[in-house]
Design a protein around this ligand. Structure first.
Ligand code: SF4
Length: 225
């Protein structure tokens, strides 16, 4: 596999992605939301935390603070109380109030629709911005999370697959060049879902994986079983 040409790697990538599309025909965002603001809030809350836990706190949070206008006037302690079951709840409460104040003062209470503007908001990094662009606005967005990093590495979809500390922005740029922009969000969803279901962090389930005949890492894991 180490001598695989770029053309062969890209062809394999597309074939493996076609397989993932069959396995996961209708991928969905795992965070519950109804408005771009709610998705922005949920995504900020999801840092270092599972989507499931976030979905448990957001109904009460969204009921108390449905728009940036209410959230910008919230007391930090009140927000903390609503999200205290999540990790880093103090910092997250502060981010939510500060980003809401920014949305009100700079964007008339609307969530902006560009990467450049989104990443100027407190607590919003490139990954969060990509989630919002792709899922709230149907614009090109390729969120790179821990699952995307792991799965694209094991599949050798990225050239720095052996880098123990890869740069998510580099991964985003490298992988997206091989897929049409309107596919980026579903591509990310499918990699995340595949990483959760089969290509798990500790012990991937290669024997059950539909990609095990072409995946460069399959033999290593299968022989270790
Ligand atoms: S074969 Fe194994 S390592 Fe490769 S993608 Fe599937 S689960 Fe992951």
């Amino acid at each position: 596999m180490s001598r695989e040409s770029k053309a062969a790697r890209v062809a394999r990538m597309h074939a493996e992605y076609a397989q993932l599309c069959e396995e996961i025909p209708d991928p969905q965002c795992a965070l519950n939301f109804e408005t771009p603001f709610q998705l922005l809030v949920a995504t900020v809350l999801s840092a270092q935390c599972t989507d499931k836990r976030v979905n448990m706190v957001t109904p009460d949070l969204f009921a108390a603070y449905p728009t940036p206008f209410e959230m910008s006037r919230a007391q930090e302690l009140d927000v903390q109380n609503l999200i205290h079951s999540l990790g880093f709840f103090r910092a997250k409460a502060r981010h939510l109030i500060n980003l809401s104040m920014e949305l009100v003062s700079r964007f008339n209470g609307e969530v902006p629709r560009t990467m450049e503007e989104l990443v100027t908001l407190p607590g919003v990094g490139r990954k969060t911005a990509n989630v919002v662009l792709g899922n709230a606005f149907d614009l090109p967005g390729f969120p790179v999370d821990t699952h995307v990093i792991r799965v694209t590495g094991r599949l050798h979809w990225r050239t720095d697959w052996d880098n123990p500390k890869p740069d998510p922005v580099h991964i985003e740029r490298e992988i997206t060049q091989y897929f049409p922009p309107n596919e980026w969000t579903n591509l990310s969803h499918r990699l995340i879902l595949h990483g959760r279901a089969l290509c798990t962090a500790r012990k991937p389930h290669c024997a059950d994986c539909p990609l095990n005949t072409t995946c460069p890492s399959a033999q290593f894991f299968l022989s270790a079983e």
